[in-house]
Ligand binder design. Structure first.
Ligand SMILES: [Zn+2]
Length: 109
């Protein structure tokens, strides 16, 4: 009946980035969660709801927002969700994205 006493394997939880599909340690990823208020960044990593993980680099978020996010969260992100997430990713490092110069942006006033 003894539960295996020794041999503690250090278990590092791993998740797949929905942007680039790389499997990484969970702490290198940012969790997104689908809530009643829309798709949010889950800073605690523990929020209830369907979650998905994205690298903390901008290029992966941009990739994720093109479609994988909808599939991963089984929802369609709304323009408001997208706006919120874009604001979040603007604070992230650029990662390996290539500079495209001044992109035309939708200015919301
Ligand atoms: Zn990634």
């Amino acid at each position: 009946m003894a539960k295996k006493p020794q041999k503690r394997i250090k278990h590092v939880p791993q998740r797949t980035c929905i942007g680039c599909r790389t499997v990484l340690a969970k702490r290198e990823l940012v969790r997104l969660v689908r809530t009643a208020e829309g798709v949010q960044v889950d800073n605690t990593g523990k929020a209830a709801g369907r979650g998905a993980y994205v690298h903390n680099i901008r290029s992966c978020w941009e990739q994720a927002l093109k479609g994988p996010i909808n599939h991963a969260l089984r929802t369609e992100i709304t323009p408001a969700d997208r706006q919120r997430l874009m604001e979040y990713i603007e604070r992230l490092p650029e990662g390996d994205i290539t500079e495209k110069g001044a992109e035309s942006r939708d200015v919301i006033n």
